[in-house]
Design a protein around this ligand. Structure first.
Ligand SMILES: Cc1cc2nc3c(=O)[nH]c(=O)nc-3n(C[C@H](O)[C@H](O)[C@H](O)COP(=O)(O)OP(=O)(O)OC[C@H]3O[C@@H](n4cnc5c(N)ncnc54)[C@H](O)[C@@H]3O)c2cc1C
Length: 386
């Protein structure tokens, strides 16, 4: 469907979204909801970082020191999740694995407990809900936890979704708007993007192009401050005749190392994730060993499961861990750099991106925070007093 802008009286041109990861798909879906005629190009939809993601929607447990601009975005996006799910799959939140239930974070030993206490203090100072629980109380909630854990924290606002199921639902709604083709470059006229050129040479023009290609840069697009941060992640299934180990997401610190176990509704368990910047896309043997070892120390029954998948993908990292969302020219919008929070940030990121396409007003603070050119600017102290 095409809609008419009242001020011009000519049909709005259609939009091309390049990339069908969680960001491209949610953005395309929003644009379709708003009446735009959208085409999405991706040779392998939902096969990038999105395929690996655990799907934790964790504004509280993902908080780290020194990122004051990021956490308001995470909190705001988490707040928007229930609405996104309800609009996408009305009354069927379970179909996309949306579980708005608490996350339990546990400490392996007393040093981990002290680190967890510091994080809890930070969460509380930011107004995020965090409730300390004793070791006994944690084990009452999840009986598979090891008897020796040093207590934990319950985070009522950290939830989860199944990214693969969410993408399947988005792909179903978008239907044949998603075309399995690779984009080789963008078309430009007088410094304005006018469409895309596919790998087979075909050219498709459009009023606006939205780049959601994660780490992949396209010829003709200004280079962006992105780097790959690899993560190894595992899928475990219960052995025959055994029951699922956990009922809620359990995160933990084991001798200072973070690990998480996310139960899926089919009984499987997602265990993750390493963080590596060694430029090697193959699963790290040491990483897999550590993940299993740390998960086993918190939940001994992990050793009774079957390892059904080992996956490695690169997170699209930026220098400040905050996405890059903005307009690059009158015909080109970019939305990438979601690093370790792309699933959580999808409701907010896709809304801001769709607003940019719509030329609707966007909160100026959010725009400045996400500005893809923010690293091009000279540092305020550059050239000033030493
Ligand atoms: C191990 C791991 C665990 C994670 N867990 C979580 C989590 O629990 N919670 C959370 O919020 N985030 C998590 N993340 C982060 C999250 O997965 C990413 O931030 C998010 O998936 C980024 O989405 P994206 O759509 O920008 O990129 P991608 O998912 O990488 O999608 C980019 C798409 O662009 C396509 N593409 C590339 N080049 C072209 C081209 N030339 N033409 C057409 N298409 C192209 C690719 O095929 C791909 O489908 C995790 C990441 C990893 C690696």
């Amino acid at each position: 469907m095409r809609i008419m802008p009242p001020e011009e009286g000519t049909p709005l041109a259609d939009v091309i979204v390049v990339g069908a990861g969680i960001i491209g798909l949610t953005t395309a879906w929003r644009l379709v909801e708003r009446g735009w005629d959208v085409t999405v190009y991706d040779p392998a939809p939902a096969s990038g970082a999105t395929r690996a993601a655990a799907g934790m929607l964790a504004p509280a447990s993902e908080i780290v020191w020194g990122q004051p601009s990021l956490y308001p975005l995470m909190v705001e996006s988490a707040r928007r999740y229930a609405d996104l799910v309800e609009r996408l799959v009305p009354g069927r939140a379970a179909d996309v694995g949306y579980l708005p239930t608490e996350t339990l974070v546990v400490a392996f030993d007393h040093a981990d407990r002290a680190a967890l206490d510091e994080l809890t203090a930070l969460q509380a100072s930011l107004g995020l809900r965090a409730v300390r629980v004793s070791s006994l109380a944690a084990r009452r909630l999840e009986s598979a936890l090891a008897p020796g854990i040093a207590g934990g924290v319950s985070l009522p606002d950290d939830h989860q979704i199944d990214p693969r199921a969410l993408c399947a639902a988005l792909l179903e709604v978008l239907g044949d708007r998603v075309i399995r083709s690779e984009v080789a470059g963008i078309l430009r006229e007088e410094d304005i993007t006018t469409g895309v050129r596919l790998a087979d040479g075909a050219e498709h023009r459009s009023g606006q192009v939205v780049l959601c290609t994660g780490l992949t840069s396209l010829p003709g697009v200004p280079s962006l401050a992105l780097r790959p941060v690899y993560g190894d992640i595992l899928r475990l299934e219960p052995s025959r005749g055994t029951r699922p180990l956990l009922t809620r997401t359990v995160r933990g610190l084991v001798r200072g190392r973070p690990v998480y176990l996310v139960p899926r509704r089919d009984g499987s368990l997602v265990v993750g994730a390493t963080t590596r910047e060694d430029d090697d896309p193959r699963p790290s043997t040491e990483g897999v060993h550590r993940l299993l070892d740390d998960a086993w120390r918190l939940v001994p029954g992990v050793l009774d499961t079957r390892l059904v998948e080992t996956m490695t993908r690169a997170r699209p990292g930026t220098p400040d861990d905050i996405p890059l969302v903005g307009r690059l020219d009158p015909g080109l919008v970019v939305s990438t750099g979601y690093f370790r929070h792309g699933i959580l940030l999808a409701p907010l990121g896709s809304k801001v991106t769709a607003d940019l396409v719509d030329r609707a007003p966007v909160d100026p603070v959010t725009l400045a925070t996400l500005d893809p050119h923010r690293f091009d600017r000279p540092h305020p102290t550059a050239g000033g007093a030493p």
